[in-house]
Design a binder for this molecule. Structure first.
Ligand code: 1GP
Length: 232
């Protein structure tokens, strides 16, 4: 399963704290997306995560949990993506919470199902930036430097440029992409429709579409065929 992320072009991120009715969830799961990622920056609980997992599990699409809080880690996902916020001002978000989790629950952790994700948060106004105290005002070369550390020093399989809520600087995203060797570049933020999906996909390896599912489902669904023409 871990290897399959290297073929992902498109991921839908769904938030346990937001409402997606059964018909919408079915459309998401049958859309042809490469994976459904469950995650959110606030209001994620064990109960709402279990509920969402059980609904997604009616379908065959791979389902991964992006862990943001230890209380909401639920067994049964295909993979667990573990964000390490590279541009945080506080070590808790880079490694502190992780070490505390290992200290308490090491014997329960399915280590072989974990994938670390080097998170670089670039929208200072998003909730994740506020919670993790991210220094989001990075220049292109500074962002690329963080990405190079993630790739060439830490050997993280994923570098994730997070612009949650707005379309980012896609020239910066391209520059970061060019700086990477082995890490896969995920991009998320402000992809609303086929056009923005194509632009973002040209600048990275994998696009992540979140908010659009809740604002305009049809447009959000059109992002799959935009970057995976075989689904058109
Ligand atoms: C959020 O990167 C994802 O974590 C997707 O961003 O919600 O803006 O699509 P949007």
């Amino acid at each position: 399963m871990k290897q399959t992320i290297s073929s992902w072009r498109h991921v839908f991120k769904i938030d346990p704290d937001r409402i997606l009715d059964d018909a919408a969830l079915e459309a998401v799961c049958l859309s042809g997306t490469d994976a459904v990622m469950v995650g959110g920056s606030s209001g994620v609980t064990y109960d709402n995560t279990v509920e969402l997992l059980s609904r997604v599990r009616q379908f065959e699409v791979p389902c991964v949990l992006e862990v943001s809080t230890l209380e909401a880690v639920v067994p049964g996902f295909d993979l667990y993506v573990i964000p390490m916020v590279l541009n945080t001002k506080h070590p808790d978000w880079l490694i502190g919470h992780h070490a505390r989790a290992a200290h308490k629950y090491s014997y329960l952790i399915p280590w072989e199902q974990l994938i670390p994700e080097g998170y670089i948060i670039l929208n200072p106004d998003c909730t994740a930036a506020a919670i993790s105290e991210a220094n989001a005002a990075l220049t292109e070369s500074e962002a690329a430097a963080y990405a190079e550390i993630a790739d060439k020093l830490l050997h993280l399989p994923i570098v994730y440029l997070e612009y949650s809520g707005r379309l980012g600087d896609l020239e910066l995203v391209s520059a970061v992409h060019r700086s990477l060797g082995e890490s896969r570049l995920f991009y998320g933020g402000g992809i609303q429709d086929a056009g923005t999906a194509r632009l973002a996909a040209a600048a990275c390896d994998t696009i992540v579409v979140g908010n659009a599912l809740y604002s305009d489902l049809e447009q959000a669904l059109s992002t799959v065929a935009a970057v995976k023409p075989e689904r058109a």
